[in-house]
Design a protein around this ligand. Structure first.
Ligand code: SAH
Length: 356
């Protein structure tokens, strides 16, 4: 982060003064680019904790899932491990170790825009190669892909139902006395044509979210898998849309915050529409599995046995391992809100963990 130059807040304020309100998607994209590029947000000392940071079991089971489908699909040559938004590289390190036990040692490619997190990833997985986006990923082998809490960081647009019809929700400068520097409001341009017929007649205030960025990345990923072979496991918190709801959320220091107060200093996320991701993959000709709850998926893959084995090796850690297992799988924790969905090449084997 440059020490001089205007802050992100100042830049956004100037953009709004010069060009009028900006979209929620534009605001979210700018805020998250700055946020991730300037820090490591993960873990107890940061803003939020993700599944791979809770326990090695999570990454190991992702790795074993990929190794299993690769083996049952005929051990195709020259596979690549690809991770989207790998955070600290913890998941990848755990997954690669588990894959090695299955005699699978893929080359490692990370799609990551944050310089701060690339440095952490390099320390954990020194032999990885980095990409700004999917375009430059290798083309000469099947892709074994993981994306955990990646899609939730991509920008969403919001449409809001007003008495005058649907409008895009936009960001303006907050008025004096309002909390935070920015505030959302309904834009002026009619947007009814952007809302599916079946949802047109919604109650006033209803909000409909769409993420072009997520759809674009999901489609690009699916096209690559269709062309090169492979499978992807996508885990995130989300729903099967279309559905109404404002899921834009800011988290700072493990607490929710006002998304419009300090752009670039809190983590902005929106729930992932798994139906949309699935449609993209189907259009590219892939098979879809799920979504199922993260808890059901991890349980089907054997997290209970893995927890017992780990506790057997380190009895003094039994309590900690059990509490991590429960955090990842319990319905009132991450087990239901977080969901897993798989994209699989039509000639590859069926995905494990989705029939239950
Ligand atoms: N998967 C990790 C980190 C999740 S946080 C874990 O589970 O711990 C989101 C990750 O996505 C971060 O690594 C962030 O830098 C990355 N990211 C966010 N937006 C991105 C974008 N547009 N392109 C590539 N990576 C992005």
């Amino acid at each position: 982060m440059p020490a001089d130059g205007p802050s992100l807040s100042d830049r956004l304020a100037r953009q709004i003064e010069a060009g009028g309100p900006i979209s929620i998607a534009h605001y979210m994209a700018e805020a998250n680019a700055h946020y991730y590029n300037s820090r490591d947000p993960l873990g107890a000392a940061g803003d939020f904790t993700t599944a791979p940071e809770i326990s090695q079991m999570f990454g190991e089971l992702c790795g074993l899932w990929l190794a299993d489908i690769w083996m049952r699909s005929g051990r195709r040559a020259n596979p690549y491990y690809v991770e989207l938004g790998p955070g600290r590289g913890t998941l990848a390190a755990d997954a690669l170790r588990a894959m090695e036990m299955a005699a699978l040692a893929p080359k490692v490619h990370f799609v990551e825009t944050s310089e701060a997190l690339r440095a952490k990833q390099r320390a954990n997985v020194p032999h990885a190669q980095w990409h700004d986006d999917l375009d430059s990923l290798p083309q000469d082998g099947p892709l074994l892909v993981v994306a955990n809490e990646f899609f939730d960081a991509l920008p969403v647009r919001q449409m809001v139902a007003t008495p005058q019809g649907w409008r895009e929700r936009v960001v303006i400068r907050a008025l004096n006395g309002e909390p935070g520097r920015f505030a959302p409001m309904a834009g002026y341009r009619p947007m009814d044509s952007a809302v599916p017929d079946s949802l047109r007649h919604a109650p006033e205030g209803a909000i409909l979210e769409t993420s072009t960025a997520s759809a674009t990345v999901a489609y690009a990923l699916a096209l690559r898998i269709a062309k090169q072979g492979g499978a992807a496991i996508i885990i995130d918190y989300g729903y099967e849309g279309p559905a109404f709801g404002d899921t834009l959320q800011a988290v700072r220091g493990h607490k929710t915050a006002n998304p419009f107060a300090d752009p670039g200093d809190s983590d902005l996320t929106a729930h992932v529409d798994f139906a949309c991701l699935g449609n993209m993959a189907r259009q590219a000709g892939l098979r879809i599995f799920g979504p199922v709850g993260q808890g059901a998926w991890l349980t089907a893959l054997g997290i209970d046995a893995r927890a017992l084995a780990l506790a057997g090796k380190s009895p003094e850690r039994t309590q900690e391992i059990e509490s991590a297992r429960s955090r990842l799988t319990a319905d009132d924790q991450m087990g239901t809100l977080f969901k897993a969905m798989a994209f699989v090449h039509p000639d590859w084997a069926s995905a494990e963990g989705f029939n239950g």
